[in-house]
Design a protein around this ligand. Structure first.
Ligand SMILES: NC(=O)c1ccc[n+]([C@@H]2O[C@H](COP(=O)([O-])OP(=O)(O)OC[C@H]3O[C@@H](n4cnc5c(N)ncnc54)[C@H](OP(=O)(O)O)[C@@H]3O)[C@@H](O)[C@H]2O)c1
Length: 246
C-alpha cells in the first residue's frame, strides 16, 4: 500500500464541508478537519470517519486575520508535512442591505471569502511543490452570476474576487502539477442560509431554482470530491456550477 494522502478540509464543521469529509473518508487518507467555533460538530465528525477507518485531525482556527491564517498553515504543515489535497469550504454570510454596508462589512466578507482561502493556499503551496503536485478546490457561489441579492451584494463580490484569484493562481501553478479549480454552489438549505432568511424568503429563493428544490450539501460535495480525484486530471482553472439550473 502507498503512503497515506493528506487532505485538508477548511470548514469541515459546516454543512457542505462535513458532507465532503464523509465522501472523502477512506482508510488510505488522513483528513485535517478545520473548524472555527463548532468543536462538538468537528469532534463528532472525527468519530464518525474513524468508524470507517479514516484518521481525522482536528484543526481549530478562527481564520479571522492574516496572522491567524499564517499560523493555521504553519500548524497544518507541522502536523502533515505535505497536504496533497485541499478543499476550502469555510466562511459565513453577513446579511447587510447594500445602503447600510460599511468598511468593516466589506473588509470582513472579502477577508473570509477571498483573502483567507487565498492565503491558506499560498502558504501550503511550497509543500505541494516539494511533493511535485497537489490539488486545490475552492467553494464559490452562484451569487456572482446575479450580483447577489439586496443583502448579499458584498458577498457576491467577494466570491467573484475568489474566482478571479483562483483562475490566476491556477495559471501560475499548473506547470508545477498543482491543479486548482472551484465549484459554484447554488442555494443549499444550510445554517448559513437560515441565519439570514425567514422561511418565506427561503421559499421565494427556492422557487427561482429551475429544478424547483434546494441543493443538498452532498450534491455540492460530490463535485468538489470529483475535482480532487485523478479522474479530473485535465480540469484546470475551471469553475463547475452545481446549482440546479440556476
Ligand atoms: N449554503 C449555500 O447555499 C451556499 C451556496 C453557495 C456557496 N456556499 C459556500 O459554502 C461555504 C460553506 O457554507 P455552508 O452552507 O456549509 O455553511 P455552514 O454550514 O454555515 O458552514 C460554514 C463553515 O465555515 C466555518 N467558518 C465560520 N467562520 C469562518 C471564517 N471566518 N473563515 C473560514 N471558515 C469559517 C464554520 O465553522 P464553525 O461552524 O466551526 O464556526 C463552518 O465550518 C461558504 O463558503 C459559503 O459561501 C454556500
Amino acid at each position: 500500500m502507498g503512503q497515506k494522502q493528506n487532505i485538508l478540509v477548511v470548514g469541515a464543521s459546516g454543512a457542505i464541508g462535513s458532507a465532503l469529509v464523509r465522501q472523502l473518508a477512506d482508510t488510505d487518507v488522513c483528513i485535517g478537519l478545520h473548524y472555527c467555533h463548532n468543536h462538538e460538530k468537528a469532534e463528532l465528525l472525527k468519530k464518525e470517519i474513524a468508524s470507517a477507518g479514516c484518521e481525522g485531525v482536528l484543526l481549530p482556527s478562527p481564520l479571522d486575520s492574516w496572522p491567524a491564517c499564517v499560523d493555521f498553515a504553519e500548524v497544518v504543515t507541522q502536523k502533515f508535512g505535505t497536504v496533497h489535497a485541499l478543499a476550502l469550504c469555510g466562511g459565513k454570510l453577513d446579511w447587510v442591505s447594500w445602503p447600510q454596508l460599511n468598511e468593516s462589512n466589506w473588509q470582513d466578507i472579502l477577508f473570509q471569502h477571498c483573502v483567507a482561502p487565498f492565503t491558506i493556499v499560498q502558504k501550503l503551496v511550497p509543500s505541494m511543490l516539494a511533493a511535485h503536485g497537489g490539488k486545490v478546490v475552492y467553494l464559490s457561489s452562484i451569487s456572482p452570476k446575479y450580483g447577489g441579492s439586496v443583502n448579499t451584494l458584498h458577498y457576491a463580490a467577494a466570491k467573484a474576487a475568489l474566482e478571479t484569484a483562483m483562475y490566476g493562481l491556477s495559471r501560475q501553478l499548473c506547470k508545477d502539477g498543482i491543479r486548482i479549480n472551484g465549484v459554484r454552489a447554488g442555494f443549499v438549505d444550510s445554517p448559513l442560509q437560515r441565519e439570514g432568511r425567514s422561511d418565506e424568503d427561503i421559499s421565494e429563493r427556492v422557487a427561482k431554482i429551475p429544478l424547483g428544490r434546494p441543493g443538498k450539501p452532498e450534491e455540492i460535495a460530490s463535485a468538489m470530491a470529483y475535482l480532487l480525484t485523478d479522474q479530473a486530471s485535465f480540469i484546470q482553472g475551471e469553475i463547475i456550477t452545481v446549482a440546479g439550473g440556476d
